[in-house]
Write a protein that binds this ligand. Structure first.
Ligand code: EPU
Length: 306
């Protein structure tokens, strides 16, 4: 149970999780916005889930016994320190908005993060998921991260080579909490960086249903040469749906919530796509999105889908 003193230092509210994620489904839970670093310890004394921008999440109806934790003020700092040799060290907290970080780096003429322009995330969420595009990932620029590992009581720093990051995963144990990261960035021309960021955002806007309610790409790409969106497209599944959940007509790897989609509709549609991809093409589509309180079958091999 949370002490009264804890509740005075931090914000604790009953919230509909659908209001805190981009897919706009999810039941009610107790949500803590944790302002104080000293209170982090409590995360390992009870059952918690970390929430960033909610842009890569499929949340079930609950009931949620866990507290949902968002990081607040103590975790939202940004420091940029100039280094010799046209470089800078950027230290940024996990609660900081990734798009704002990219904007600050572009303005300061620091190259790298502009490659992630258009990725909706907090820094912590982007680290946990090793968020990225077709050409770059969050961990491409990170030199070290501060984490609270699920098996440990105190945060510590890990150097980049201690983090086994791969495509769409930091590779650290589930439940790892990212607190901040450091990046060493080389200088670049701000106007060129701004144009690159702007082109990436335009390309995304032209090929993805950004105005719709979605969780971004639902599936990981099966390989570097096979895009999940193309598989779904080739199967003729774009613009098909169950209830108010539909495969986007713009991009096959997006499921959009047209209005009042239930999480059951979305999960059934995911399973229909996975089953069809397996039966027709022998392609295994694994989820990219994180799932909370959704059926475990979403993660089983598609040959076992009834
Ligand atoms: N394609 C189709 N039909 C579709 C969608 C795609 O034929 O409906 C084809 C495209 O024409 C292209 C190929 O599939 O030849 C790849 O498509 P795209 O360029 O859209 O990239 P993607 O692999 O589908 C990845 C990331 C996106 C990221 C984009 C742009 C994954 C799962 N997705 O998409 O990330 O925005 O590259 O860099 O890796 C996300 O992770 O949530 C996400 C949106």
């Amino acid at each position: 149970m949370l002490s009264q003193a804890f509740q005075q230092r931090n914000t604790v509210e009953r919230r509909a999780l659908k209001d805190l994620c981009t897919m706009r489904v999810g039941g009610e839970a107790n949500v803590i916005t944790m302002h104080e670093r000293d209170d982090l310890q409590i995360i390992h004394e009870d059952n918690f889930k970390m929430l960033g921008k909610g842009a890569n999440l499929l949340i079930g109806d609950g009931p949620f016994d866990e507290y949902i934790v968002k990081l607040g003020e103590d975790f939202a700092q940004l420091q940029i320190e100039t280094l010799p040799g046209q470089k800078a060290r950027v230290c940024v907290g996990a609660a900081f908005d990734l798009a704002t970080l990219i904007g600050k780096c572009v303005k300061a003429g620091l190259a790298g993060p502009e490659g992630l322009a258009g990725v909706p995330a907090t820094v912590g969420g982007a680290l946990y998921m090793n968020a990225g595009t077709r050409t770059c990932w969050m961990f491409d620029w990170v030199s070290r991260v501060e984490v609270l590992l699920p098996s440990e009581q105190k945060p510590r720093w890990l150097m980049r080579d201690e983090v086994p990051a791969v495509y769409r995963s930091c590779g650290l144990p589930p439940g790892t909490i990212f607190l901040q990261c450091e990046m060493e960035l080389a200088s670049g021309d701000p106007e060129t960086l701004r144009q690159q960021a702007s082109q990436l955002k335009q390309a995304k806007a032209a090929s993805q249903p950004l105005a719709a309610r979605s969780a971004g790409c639902i599936f990981k790409n099966p390989s570097k040469t096979l895009a999940a969106g193309k598989v779904v497209d080739d199967l003729g599944l774009k613009d098909t749906g169950i209830g108010a959940a539909r495969v986007s007509e713009i991009h096959g790897n997006f499921i959009v919530n047209d209005g009042e989609a239930s999480v059951a509709d979305i999960c059934a549609l995911i399973q229909r796509i996975r089953k069809t991809a397996w039966q027709e093409r022998e392609v295994v589509l694994d989820l990219e999105v994180q799932t909370w309180h959704c059926p475990a079958e979403l993660h089983q091999h598609p040959k076992d889908i009834a």
